[in-house]
Write a protein that binds this ligand. Structure first.
Ligand code: SF4
Ligand code: SF4
Length: 224
C-alpha cells in the first residue's frame, strides 16, 4: 500500500492528479457497522448509517470504507478465516428445514393470490366450474398485469381469519383441505426462514390428516 506523505501534497497531486487535501480525510472513528461486503478483491464496509425523517420522505446516509485487500496478507488471512468458517458450517441443517406437523400459521394472516390456472386447478379438484370457484372461494381483484385474478377467501372478514380451505380444529391438527390443488403462492411458501411458525409444536410429531375439503353440493351441505 502506498503511503501518502501529507507534507508533500503538491508533488503527489502533480504526479498522480489526485486531490490530497488533508481536509478530505475523514478521520472520524468507524463506530456502528451496518453491512460488510467482500468480493475477490475488495472489502466494503458500510457504517454509521443515519436516517433523517421528513414528513414525506426519509433520507438515509451512511459512510463507506472500500479497501482493495487482495495484496494485503493480514486481510487475505482474515477473509480466508471467514471462508473456512463458511465451509465448516455449509452443511449444517437449520431447525426450520420443515414445518412442524399441523402448523398453519401461514394459512391465516396471509391471503394467497391466485392465477387463472390456480383457480382452474382448484375448480377441477373440487368438481366445480371456474365461475363457481371464483364466486365461492376467491375475492376477485385482477392484478395490473392480469396474471392474478384475486386471492383466496377467508372464513371471516378479519385479516387474521383462516383460509377457507384450512381443515383441522387446532394448531397441531391443521392441514390444507385442497393440498394437491393448492395455489402457487402456497406451494412457494417455504418454512426456511419462516418467522410465523407455531413454536409450541413439536417438530418430530405426526398425525393422520382428515378428509379433504368438500364443497357444498345441492342437497348435501358439507364444508363451504
Ligand atoms: S412453519 Fe411457517 S411455513 Fe410452515 S406451516 Fe408454519 S407458518 Fe407455515
Ligand atoms: S390453500 Fe391450503 S395451503 Fe393455501 S392458505 Fe389455504 S389452507 Fe393454506
Amino acid at each position: 500500500m502506498e503511503t501518502i506523505d501529507l507534507t508533500n501534497l503538491r508533488n503527489f497531486a502533480r504526479r498522480t492528479g489526485q486531490q490530497t487535501h488533508p481536509e478530505l480525510l475523514d478521520a472520524r472513528p468507524l463506530e456502528h457497522v451496518n453491512k460488510i461486503e467482500i468480493d475477490e478483491e475488495h472489502i466494503t464496509i458500510e457504517f454509521d448509517e443515519k436516517t433523517t425523517r421528513y414528513y414525506n420522505t426519509n433520507e438515509i446516509a451512511h459512510r463507506e470504507w472500500v479497501y482493495k485487500y487482495n495484496d494485503d496478507p493480514a486481510f487475505v488471512n482474515a477473509v480466508r478465516g471467514v471462508i473456512e468458517l463458511a465451509r465448516k458450517h455449509l452443511k449444517e441443517m437449520p431447525e426450520n428445514i420443515a414445518c412442524p406437523p399441523g402448523c398453519a400459521e401461514c394459512c391465516s394472516g396471509y391471503e394467497p393470490f391466485v392465477s387463472k390456472s390456480d383457480v382452474q386447478r382448484i375448480a377441477d379438484h373440487l368438481g366445480l366450474t371456474y365461475a363457481e370457484t371464483m364466486e365461492r372461494y376467491v375475492v376477485a381483484r385482477p392484478s395490473a398485469d392480469s396474471y392474478h385474478v384475486g386471492w383466496l377467501r377467508k372464513v371471516g372478514d378479519d385479516i387474521s381469519d383462516q383460509c377457507v380451505f384450512l381443515m383441522g380444529n387446532r394448531s397441531g391438527r391443521y392441514y390444507c383441505g385442497i393440498y394437491p390443488a393448492r395455489p402457487g403462492d402456497c406451494r412457494e411458501f417455504t418454512p426456511i426462514g419462516c418467522d410465523d411458525v407455531d413454536a409450541s409444536l413439536p417438530r418430530k410429531s405426526s398425525f393422520k390428516v382428515g378428509a379433504a375439503f368438500q364443497p357444498k353440493r345441492r342437497g348435501r351441505a358439507r364444508n363451504g
